[in-house]
Design a protein around this ligand. Structure first.
Ligand code: NDP
Length: 253
């Protein structure tokens, strides 16, 4: 499905990362991919994982540093000369902002969360567009806390609301270049980032019980949806937020 396609994956921290599930699904269907990592701490991890795939590239990219973003896209251009899809699977908020009351969010925490978790999508989309010479697909990861209050999710919910709105504005801007932009709203999954949200364990239990499918979603299921969205099968879909949450979001009382 993705033979001769080149992808760029932001957000692999380890094998549990949603980004890795997306990359694995796409690699199984023939894609070659570049991976970015933030800071030397993750370099070895990401290099090891990417090394399992054919003709991959690993480059540093902390999205708070524009020169690293520019260098990452230049490296992709040097190696592959093009880009067909990008998966944006990064988010961050200071730990203390992910517990207690939202009303106590500091200016710094707000700025950091919105910059890394929301603005970065616009930043990487602008850089990706010139490399997407035959059109392309950009996919980001959101969560239900964007639209409903989820205890402890706090400023990250506000960042995800901005991320989903950005998805629509970017889709409107980039559609004329045949670049599609979509968000996946994933159900809770036990990853490194998720563990930063206080009481994640009980959230997983609650959602697993209440969702129509009576279980939590897996990273592999999110990965398969990303594969669909970056493939030509989704050629008519842009600006959407697609739920991959075992149906949790449809439930009322
Ligand atoms: P991971 O911790 O595996 O991935 C998050 C990634 O974001 C890490 O690689 C992290 O690197 C990276 N990141 C953080 N700050 C920066 C930065 N400044 N520049 C570049 N990269 C950075 O967790 P997930 O796979 O769970 O998260 C992926 C995405 O999915 C996030 O957007 C998350 O909000 C979203 N999501 C997760 C859900 C879940 O329940 N797990 C549910 C719905 C959405 P580092 O480790 O160095 O900080």
């Amino acid at each position: 499905m993705l033979e001769n396609k080149i992808g760029m994956i932001f957000g692999v921290a380890n094998k549990r990362s949603i980004a890795w599930a997306c990359a694995s699904a796409c690699a199984e269907h023939g894609a070659r991919q570049a991976f970015t990592y933030q800071g030397d701490r993750l370099k070895e991890n990401v290099e090891k994982l990417a090394g399992e795939l054919t003709d991959s590239l690993v480059v540093p990219c902390d999205v708070t540093d524009q020169s690293e973003v520019d260098a990452a896209f230049a490296a992709v251009n040097d190696k592959y000369g093009r880009l067909d899809y990008l998966i944006h699977s990064i988010a961050f908020a200071p730990r203390e902002a992910l517990e207690g009351e939202f009303v106590t969010t500091t200016r710094d925490a707000f700025r950091t969360a919105l910059e890394i978790s929301a603005f970065s999508l616009t930043q990487v989309s602008l850089a990706a567009a010139p490399l997407m010479k035959d059109g392309g697909s950009i996919v980001t990861m959101s969560y239900y806390g964007a639209e409903k209050v989820v205890q402890n999710y706090n400023v990250m919910g506000v960042a995800k609301a901005a991320l989903e709105a950005s998805t629509r504005y970017l889709a409107a801007d980039l559609g004329k270049q045949n670049i599609r932009v979509n968000a996946i709203s994933a159900g809770p999954i036990n990853t490194l980032s998720a563990r930063g949200v206080k009481n994640m364990g009980s959230l997983l239990g609650y959602v697993g019980e209440k969702s129509p499918l009576k279980r939590n979603v897996t990273a592999a299921e999110v990965g398969n949806t990303a594969l669909f969205l970056v493939s030509d099968l989704a050629s008519g879909i842009t600006g959407e937020t697609i739920y991959v949450d075992c149906g949790y979001n449809i439930m009322g009382i």
